[in-house]
Design a protein around this ligand. Structure first.
Ligand code: AMP
Length: 452
């Protein structure tokens, strides 16, 4: 399919893509009745803006002052129903990635975006997708299981968090979000596909391919495709699955494609060009790859001092929301047991924990019921929890890029955060490579357990 239409030149062009969208609904129809929309979505039930309490709302109810150098969501001509959800989420000004991408994605351009987690990239692609679907309602009836928007993420946690944000952003319109991820009940997901409109589908590659191959979900009419954390999909070996999935979607000229990745190794650069059409390239990664709000320190410790130093650190930072990363599952298990015995309120998030338990654990962590989370890279990837105050690397990651992802769990949304990385004789050799990736040298302190 990808080869049937002549390839567009790979250089970036200003050619807009809106020709694939001839019938924009006039904004007046949408917003004239204080956000109450008429039933223009064939095949979907009549839409009103939210329930009774929300029925009357106008953008004037969401005053945001104009500030030099900041883009307000008001300035983007978004549908009121999207703005209302944005207001309810407490966002006022676009984050950098949103300000860089939305003016283009709203015009229909494809995007190749370099952005790390914590920059607001999820809302960036969701707002574009949702606004597009509201502006261009379906013109013909089709079965429920045809996806309009498809978001592929490498991990279940990330997919679930994207879906959560999508549910919030669609809370004032009748676009429906369906999540297909491995590890959770296949049967429930099958029923969702049979009974709900698949307006926005958020999925991990393996489970999605299962459903798509058995035609329980149809991808042939996907209008907007998002590939999130593409570099992680590559490192987790998902690219063959992703290729198969993309082949089931319309040709790139007929869909909008947004690809995000924290890093752009050569393979991802090539795939990004192959999968997008006249893409706009955007990068919001600062010179240093890591968030400037994070105070980073490396504790050089003897291997047998790691545990006592960790215990001391957690006790000193009593009550702080903390994620501890370790490299292997057995290491996380061992740490979890030790923390539990030390009466530290903790839970484990690794691949060997059943998915429903992982979701529950993450919720408990978000709500502050759990203080310390012990995680592996895969399970910890994409954890969207605000106010994580401390990230500890109990062992340095084998892949230096993971260092950036790990510490990116803290210092999110403009908050300050702290990361402490233990380097022992076994892994201290990794430090220069990590510093090269983050683009700065990291303060080192020699630590011993002083509580003895
Ligand atoms: P992300 O990079 O998508 O993981 O987003 C990081 C965090 O920033 C999430 O908790 C979002 O809810 C939050 N966020 C996204 N956009 C904005 C915005 N414009 N203003 C404030 N917070 C935001």
């Amino acid at each position: 399919m990808e080869n049937q239409i002549q390839e567009a030149p790979s250089e970036i062009s200003t050619k807009p893509k809106r020709t694939r969208r001839p019938n924009k609904r006039p904004r007046n129809n949408d917003e004239a009745q204080n956000g109450v929309q008429s039933n223009t979505q064939v095949g979907h039930e009549a839409v009103t803006t939210g329930s009774g309490k929300n029925a009357i709302w106008s953008i004037e109810d969401f005053p945001v002052a104009k500030v030099d150098g900041k883009l307000r969501f008001h300035d983007l001509n978004l549908p009121d129903r999207v703005i209302k959800s944005i207001a309810e989420m407490g966002f006022e000004y676009c984050s950098e990635i949103q300000a860089e991408t939305l003016p283009m994605t709203l015009l229909g351009y494809d995007i190749i975006g370099q952005a790390q987690t914590g920059t607001g990239k999820t809302a960036a692609f969701l707002i574009a997708m949702i606004s597009d679907f509201l502006d261009y309602p379906l013109e013909e009836k089709r079965p429920n299981n045809f996806a309009r928007g498809l978001i592929i993420a490498p991990t279940r946690e990330l997919a679930i968090q994207i879906a959560d944000e999508a549910v919030k952003l669609t809370s004032n319109c009748h676009l429906n979000v369906v999540t297909l991820v491995g590890g959770l009940s296949y049967e429930k997901q099958k029923i969702a596909l049979e009974t709900e409109n698949v307006d926005i589908l958020v999925a991990t590659p393996g489970r999605l391919l299962d459903f798509a191959r058995s035609r329980k979900v149809q991808l042939g009419k996907v209008e907007c495709l998002v590939l999130d954390e593409a570099d992680r999909m590559l490192s987790m070996g998902f690219i063959p699955d992703v290729k198969s999935i993309i082949r089931m979607t319309p040709h790139k000229e007929l869909r909008q494609t947004m690809l995000f990745s924290a890093t752009f190794p050569k393979d991802i650069q090539a795939l990004a060009q192959q999968w997008t059409y006249f893409p706009k390239e955007v990068s919001v990664v600062p010179k240093e790859a890591t968030n400037q709000n994070i105070d980073q320190v490396i504790y050089t410790v003897e291997a047998d001092q790691k545990w006592p130093v960790l215990k001391q650190l957690i006790n000193e930072n009593g009550g702080q929301r903390t994620i501890i990363f370790a490299n292997r599952r057995d290491e996380t298990r061992d740490l979890y047991e030790r923390l539990r015995k030390a009466n530290i309120n903790c839970a484990i998030l690794s691949g060997e924990v059943a998915q429903d338990k992982r979701v529950k654990t993450l919720n408990n962590f978000k709500e502050g019921i759990i203080q310390v989370l012990v995680a592996t890279d895969v399970a910890g990837r994409g954890i969207h929890v605000d106010n994580v105050e401390l990230v500890v690397n109990y062992s340095l990651p084998e892949d230096p890029e993971d260092y950036v992802h790990r510490i990116g769990r803290t210092g999110r949304g403009g908050e300050t955060g702290k990361s402490v990385s233990f380097a022992s004789e076994d892994d201290a050799f990794m430090i220069p490579e990590i510093e090269r990736v983050v683009g700065e040298s990291i303060r080192c302190e020699y630590m011993v357990d002083t509580s003895l």
